[in-house]
Design a protein around this ligand. Sequence first.
Ligand SMILES: Cc1cc2nc3c(=O)[nH]c(=O)nc-3n(C[C@H](O)[C@H](O)[C@H](O)COP(=O)(O)O)c2cc1C
Length: 209
Amino acid sequence: MQIDMAATPFGARYNIMNSTVTPRPIAWTVTLDEEGKPNAAPHSFFNALGSDPAMIVLGLMKIKGQDKDTAAYIRARPDFVIALVAEHDAEAMNKTATDSPRGVDELAMFGIGTAPASVVAPPLIASAPVNFECRVRDLLDYPGQTVVIAEILVAHIKDEFILNAERMHLDTPAMQLIARTHGAGWYERGTDLFQMTRPSYADLTGDQK
Ligand SMILES: Cc1cc2nc3c(=O)[nH]c(=O)nc-3n(C[C@H](O)[C@H](O)[C@H](O)COP(=O)(O)O)c2cc1C
């Protein structure tokens, strides 16, 4: 079946994206409202864009053309925190996805511990294996979504996951990060791994370039 995406109704188009681009890492995004109160929400339209500089992207869907809280707060104050979600934080993360009214501090409400960030104002999530302090580099405004491209200014990685601090070899499996997959409410653990070394051109052809 060939699908004209732009001509497909919103719900079906969302399902195609949600069910094909998997697994998606989850950004647990912490912003501050106008009064300086924290706001937290998970986002799986999220990924790394490159490492020079260290860039990430977030796809923040609008509701009837209006930004949800995260996008509105990032527009007003372009600094935010992304925590990566370990399995032990799954339920807490899921609670922060509820449609709580603007101004509710989901971190306080659900007893999610925080720690101060070093260069941005929103707090880190204390239990997360990894927190990134981020600053917006580009904000793309579409009728149905706001796309935020941001630089990671500071990365916080819990010491227990650092295998080699000089080369920054990390014990990613030990972080037990979860990811979103197809359908409503399905998640993946990153436990079914295999390894493949990348061959050189010469390995494959016997030729030297
Ligand atoms: C695992 C997960 C991933 C989500 N990913 C996104 C996403 O990528 N973009 C989005 O706009 N909403 C996403 N949501 C829904 C938002 O988290 C939800 O609408 C939340 O209430 C938004 O909060 P805010 O108004 O504080 O921004 C996701 C929810 C869950 C549970």
